[in-house]
Design a protein around this ligand. Structure first.
Ligand code: ATP
Ligand code: MG
Length: 466
């Protein structure tokens, strides 16, 4: 078959005509680690996750040679850097964790499990910013405008004045952002937006990456600060690829248990501030309320019963007193139950083993439950001693320190039964003293081993003069 090229010139065989259309290819992308592979695998070759590979269609690059023009590097001193004041969200704890407010043009990813209060927190921040005369925009792909209004009605500030856009199409969102040019925008959530030119479903790795990438580019070009809300998976990682974490300037994690009132907000990454701080909030009818003095609350609520001890923990650079409770009860199960809420299960197993082997407190076939009160999560070795004391006190049925006032402690338990020092002992001690907790049981000369610490705590004698 042939065809004429109009002018009656030479004929071209259609069979040899190659269209210059980029060819779509199919790749399989892991939804946990974003590893790409040409074939589908049951187990991701990158991170070993099972059943995590999802198909994605890609358009191959159109084969044009890349530009080879050299660019001129600039000396840093010659770079024009405008100084922008940070935008205060009016929520003290949030500002503190961001490093003093939102940096204009920055991208903040806020992750958290369902119902934890991400939409509430971001709505409150936008309401305060709007009230302070900033231009804001709330983009929601999850809820209708009516639902957002209902939430805003119970929030303080100018939450009802915030313009909202209930939309899931990425191009519409980007065009609106470009037209409205807000100073601060919330996108709730990154997993619900959908780029029409990608075939994969909203929330898939490719979509999430594309959505975040295009929003980032527009936000940087137009100097729009964006708070991106992201869902987390059951395991606690941000759903979708970790690549999102590299893309943004700041990653905040909103934690806590939905049924509990306390929630903690911490920075996992911050290009403009430290990642050491943590904020404590409480969910109330009027929205999230900052708990400025969380230690006072937790100490006030602490029981003086057997099985209770106050842990002088460090949440980043901030000392926090939390109550650790234990219950030891006879079990009919083999093996017996070991339940840990708010602490690592493996740490509990380690502490129980050391208690039995080196401190004469065997819980053998009993069920052991350990709980950090208030739904707080403590991820530091300094919690070991609190777990050990709480379990020993529960097992013996004896209140620590004679049950008069709560006993505070901190320290790491070593495998040979020794107590090891942990970071910031002075700040922990100062915080415990502030609330009249004395003595404080901590690694020291008279309490070098877990056995000695137990003797001091259960005997009610004075601990190391700390
Ligand atoms: N009137 C109220 N008083 C107290 N708490 C409330 C009230 N209304 C809702 N809540 C709490 O607010 C939480 C929901 O908050 P929010 O919608 O901000 O969460 P989210 O993290 O955005 O959830 P999702 O992942 O579903 O988007 C619920 O856990 C609920 O307990
Ligand atoms: Mg929400």
């Amino acid at each position: 078959m042939t065809f004429a090229d109009g002018g009656g010139g030479e004929n071209v065989r259609l069979a040899t005509y190659v269209p210059r259309v980029p060819k779509p290819t199919t790749v399989f992308v892991c939804s946990a680690c974003a590893t790409e592979s040409a074939k589908w695998h049951g187990q991701c070759p990158g991170c070993g996750a099972w059943n995590a590979l999802a198909e994605e269609t890609r358009t191959a690059p159109n084969g044009r040679a890349p530009s080879r023009r050299a660019a001129r590097p600039v000396r840093l001193a010659e770079v024009q850097a405008e100084r922008h004041d940070r935008l205060s969200t009016g929520i003290g704890e949030l500002d503190r964790i961001l490093g003093g407010g939102i940096v204009p043009g920055s991208l903040v990813l806020i992750g958290g499990s369902p119902g934890i209060g991400k939409s509430t927190l971001t709505s409150m921040a936008l309401g305060n910013l709007q009230g302070a005369g900033r231009r804001t925009l709330y983009v929601s792909g999850e809820e209708s405008a009516a639902q957002i209004r209902l939430r805003a009605e119970r929030l303080p500030g100018a939450a009802l004045e915030v313009p909202v856009l209930a939309e899931t199409d990425l191009d519409t969102v980007l065009a609106t952002l470009d037209a409205e040019r807000p100073e601060v925008c919330v996108v709730d959530s990154v997993q619900t937006l959908h780029a029409a030119d990608l075939t994969s479903a909203a929330g898939s790795v490719g979509q999430v990456r594309e959505v975040a990438d295009r929003i980032t580019r527009l936000a940087k070009a137009r100097n729009i600060a964006v708070l991106l809300v992201g869902h987390v998976t059951k395991e606690g990682a941000l759903a979708g690829p970790r690549v999102l974490e590299h893309l943004v300037d700041c990653v905040l994690q909103f934690e806590g248990e939905r049924e509990r009132t306390y929630r903690t907000l911490r920075a996992l990454k911050n290009r403009f501030g430290s990642t050491n701080d943590v904020g404590v909030f409480e969910m109330r009818q009027g929205g999230l309320v900052e708990v400025a003095d969380a230690s006072a609350r937790f100490v006030g609520e602490a029981t003086r019963a057997p099985g209770s001890v106050v842990l002088a923990a460090m949440e980043g650079s901030r000392p926090l007193l939390v109550e650790v409770q234990a219950l030891v009860s006879p079990s009919e199960l083999v093996p017996p139950r070991r339940v840990a809420n708010g602490i690592d299960r493996n740490r509990l197993a380690l502490v129980l083993a050391v208690l039995g082997r080196h401190a004469g407190v065997g819980v053998g076939s009993a069920d052991v439950f350990v709980n950090v009160a208030g739904g707080v999560r403590v991820d530091e070795p300094g919690a070991d001693l609190a777990v050990a004391l709480a379990v020993a006190s529960a097992a013996r049925g004896v209140a620590l320190g004679g049950g008069e006032s709560p006993v505070a402690c901190f320290g790491e338990v070593g495998l040979t039964g020794e107590l090891r020092s942990v970071g910031h002992p002075d700040r922990r001690l100062a915080e415990a003293r502030k609330f009249g907790l004395s003595p404080v049981i901590a690694p020291g000369e008279a309490t070098a081993t877990l056995r000695q610490a137990l003797k001091v705590a259960l005997g009610g004698r004075q601990a190391r003069a700390a």
